[in-house]
Design a protein around this ligand. Structure first.
Ligand code: NAD
Length: 474
């Protein structure tokens, strides 16, 4: 059991201003795996003051030195891959083979991508427009608020570019999975990050999160989480007219065209929905299929899904762990019940958990899903795939675009030009053609209610700058 009793503020492990503890439980067993302090507005105020005091010196630190710190953090994360991955599995239930193979690697890649993007900016030099020099300056103190689904990756997607740009940070990780954030604070200290540049305060979104967003000395809020919380954050940030980036929910469509290679596409499409036990904002949770191919796709999908063995996170053969918490399990099972009640046809799985104890959900597939059903409109965030038949490509595009979200999408076709033409019609921030792996240097973000702004690589880094025109300096 990991017992954390202090926040990381101004380079010191600092006892919280008031009592309160968040218990972290292994969702596979319910066992207590950690205790972290639950902060208050006072802790946030102390962290923001530390971040403010550290801002000018960090912004003035030569970017090459900032990059060197990020590279040391990247190397330390890589060196501690298995230990951090096992911590993540314990706090949110990802199978260890997946957390060891993906969760920490993504964080490593985010640190590397932010450092390389900063080098690119330095190599380009500053722009002149006529007699004006255009310069980038760090936004200031950044409040970062993150979810539990890829806890370390989501933190690094914000903190790495913020630090590269010269901003200082106050982080509030998810109260469901906060343990890896504490390990990251230790890594920052070991890597020689100056005191106050990175600060960590844990606790409830409504208390600690809202204080970060509303604090007058926080210049920018970078949030990843649900659309509901994102909306509240945008409202609070509006008072101070703060810069906000929001990475929110999704209900992304994977469109199978009639020339797709089904033997490859269908198992991959199942993976694009089930990876991380379906708890990915960009999960392709709606599979749109030509009506003439429906029977064959259902059969292949059910067959592919049987390879997604449910098991304890420590079991090397498990590809699906529990979902992150009993609350999450209740929510996912509720969506499965709604699918049945609204007339979708259950092809596989259903509302009975495959393992009686722990927050497990059976890999589930619905077919004959129509666009108006709850399971076709709302983010489920669990291993539930909805298959929707379509008759024409225009109809497929209409269905794909008929949700309030616009995060991601997929197209499967053996004709690249046809796939690209269709992908351009989807109102989403990214579209994955033929199962390409996620590129953490390419921009990622949402249209519509999936958010504002972009993360990853050069585009993600640019969010952390203000742009200043120096007239007459060019
Ligand atoms: P959540 O919105 O409940 O919580 C996310 C974070 O926000 C947590 O740290 C929480 O404490 C905090 N928070 C909650 N209410 C707040 C408020 N009023 N003010 C300030 N902070 C507040 O989300 P979650 O359940 O942790 O994560 C799942 C959600 O995150 C899903 O909807 C998923 O799609 C989304 N998500 C999006 C992306 C993306 O990049 N677009 C990535 C991962 C997850």
């Amino acid at each position: 059991m990991i017992e954390r009793k202090a926040f990381y503020i101004g380079g010191e492990w600092t006892a919280p201003a008031a009592g309160g503890v968040t218990e972290v439980r292994d969702p596979a067993t319910g066992e207590l795996v950690g205790r972290t302090p639950r902060g208050t507005a006072e802790d946030v105020d102390a962290a923001v003051a530390a971040a403010r005091a550290a801002f000018e010196p960090w912004a003035a630190t030569p970017p090459t030195e900032r990059i060197a710190v990020l590279d040391r953090v990247r190397d330390a994360l890589r060196a501690r891959n298995d230990e951090l991955a096992d911590l993540i599995s314990a706090e949110m239930g990802a199978p260890r083979t997946f957390s060891r193979g993906a969760h920490v690697t993504m964080a490593v890649n985010n640190f590397d991508a932010a450092a390389r993007a900063m080098e690119e900016i330095l190599a380009e030099g500053e722009e002149t427009i006529g007699s004006t020099l255009v310069v980038r300056e760090p936004v200031g103190v950044v409040g970062a608020i993150t979810p539990w689904n890829f806890p370390l990756h989501q933190i690094s997607a914000k903190v790495a570019p913020a630090l590269a740009a010269g901003c200082t940070v106050v982080l509030k990780p998810s109260e469901v999975a906060p343990l890896s954030a504490y390990a990251l604070a230790e890594i920052f200290a070991e890597a020689g990050l100056p005191a106050g540049v990175f600060n960590l305060v844990g606790g409830a979104g409504r208390v600690v999160g809202e204080r970060i967003v509303a604090h007058p000395d926080v210049d920018m809020v970078s949030f990843t989480g649900s659309t509901q919380a994102g909306r509240r954050i945008a409202e609070l940030a509006a008072t101070g007219l703060k810069k906000v980036t929001l990475e929110l929910g999704g209900k992304s469509a994977n469109i199978l065209l009639d020339d797709a290679d089904l033997a490859v596409a269908v198992p991959a499409a199942v993976k694009q929905c089930y990876a991380n036990t379906g708890q990915a904002c960009a999960a392709l949770s709606r599979l749109l299929v030509p009506r003439s191919l429906l029977d064959e796709v259902e059969r292949r999908a059910a067959e592919a899904a049987t390879a997604w063995t449910v098991g304890q996170p420590s079991d090397p053969s498990a590809k699906l762990g529990p979902v992150a918490s009993p609350d999450q399990q209740r929510s996912v099972l509720g969506f499965i019940d709604s699918g049945i009640a609204e007339g979708a046809r259950l092809v596989l799985g259903g509302p009975t958990p495959p393992i009686a104890t722990g927050a497990f959900v059976s890999p589930t597939i619905f077919s004959d899903v129509t666009g108006d059903m709850t399971i076709a409109q709302e983010e489920i965030f669990g291993p539930v795939l909805s298959i929707l038949p379509y008759d024409t490509e225009d109809e497929a595009v209409r269905i794909a675009n008929s949700v309030p979200y616009g995060l991601s999408g997929g197209v499967w076709s053996t004709d690249r030009d046809r796939a690209v033409a269709l992908a351009r019609r989807l109102r989403t921030g990214q579209v994955v053609l033929n199962g390409q792996p996620l590129n953490l240097r390419a921009p990622f973000g949402g249209y519509g209610q999936s958010g504002l702004g972009r993360e990853y690589g050069r585009y993600g880094l640019e969010e952390y700058f203000e742009i200043k025109s120096l007239q007459g300096a060019g």
